[in-house]
Design a protein around this ligand. Sequence first.
Ligand code: FMN
Length: 294
Amino acid sequence: MKDFYRRSPHLVCYWWRNKLVLENYASRSRVSAAPLTCEILHFFDRWRTVQELLKRYSHFSPASLRCAVRALVRLSLLERSRAPRDAHADAFALWKEWSPAASFLHFSTKDAHAPIEPEDSLRELRQRARIEPMPPPAKSYPRARKFHLPPPQRSGEFPSVLLARRTWRQFSGGSLSLEKLATLLGLSFGVQSWLHVRGIGSVALKTSPSGGARHPIEAYVLALRVNGLPSGLYHYAAATHVLELLRRGASSAQVVRYLNGQWWFGRVAVVVLMTAVFARTRWKYPRRAPIASS
Ligand SMILES: Cc1cc2nc3c(=O)[nH]c(=O)nc-3n(C[C@H](O)[C@H](O)[C@H](O)COP(=O)(O)O)c2cc1C
């Protein structure tokens, strides 16, 4: 059976300093190349054989062209018809209308950097501050006319909650009650009511606002110690306020792995993980980048 080749749909090219760079943002492959490479990639804008390439570029030696095709396949700049189907192809298909600008930004920057110990991070930042001082954390227009405001109201239940809020990184290792988890999930992610839009369908309304009422965020619960709930990975069904068990069992090691090595979260009772169903946002905003996805 013949092999056919086609340019990967996830390519961008740009100049970096004096080099032409070809990058596949899906496979994270990045190479500098001669401009002729672009011509070869352009030739493969539909499934074609190496024989067709040899015919088109008969002034080059067949061996050098074959070698170039092999290299382009290895670097994932060219796809091969007989290669196993990319498991992520469907996910990338969702990004079609946002490509290449948003896809390039998202896929080439989405993964966190290697985990770093807080002490190392502080040392690094102190070194940086000596060379490049930290930008001021608040802004002011000294010459502008000033209108002094009355102090904010600090009493009452809601102000108390806001004023007491802090990021917490120490955990007792104890359990969480199912009632508390249910309240947290219900009030943060649960659908409170439905808006019926004629000719379109039902739109969810929650306690949080969402661009275009798309509410793309889905919550997953990794339960380690919740009274009355077997440990495991659950999906929170926002419409029905139900936890759907996806996988039994959960461990501290799993938490630390999910959080990119942040060991200080190892003793938590529960982790709520958020993902986004981009299709919801894209359906309404095919031209707007996924920055609107919240
Ligand atoms: C989008 C976002 C991501 C964060 N990621 C982490 C994180 O990965 N690990 C962590 O320990 N804290 C994380 N934090 C917490 C911040 O470090 C914390 O908000 C900041 O230090 C200020 O402290 P405060 O929340 O007590 O006011 C994150 C906060 C936000 C808003």
